[in-house]
Design a protein around this ligand. Structure first.
Ligand code: FES
Length: 107
């Protein structure tokens, strides 16, 4: 696996179309499975810190469980406006495990 990635879970720990959260350094990261594809966003909504891992996901967009702000899982960008963004992490599946980048992706 590439340098800068950390193994955070067995792939089997994340069911299809579900989400889990894991700590990476100072960050808590929500990892989403969408039809077998993996996405990872910081697990803290930029509005008031809502846990995105508990949000509902539809068509690649997660809705924060607290006040319904929505974020595109591919970009971390808010879909209802362009004034908020969630940090994204690189996420990979390798050898039956899930790997996260140690730091957010620089935008
Ligand atoms: S904390 Fe997420 S919308 Fe308010």
């Amino acid at each position: 696996m590439s340098a800068g990635f950390i193994c955070v879970a067995e792939r089997s720990a994340l069911a299809r179309n579900a989400a889990i959260s894991r700590s990476v350094g100072a960050y808590e990261v929500a990892i989403f499975d969408v039809d077998g594809e993996l996405y990872a966003l910081e697990n803290a909504c930029p509005h008031q810190g809502g846990p995105l891992v508990e949000g509902s996901v539809r068509q690649g967009v997660v809705t924060c469980p607290w006040h319904a702000w929505r974020f595109d899982l591919r970009t971390g960008c808010m879909t209802l406006g362009d004034f908020a963004r969630v940090a994204r992490f690189a996420v990979r599946e390798d050898e039956g495990r899930i790997w996260l980048s140690e730091e957010p992706i620089e935008e």
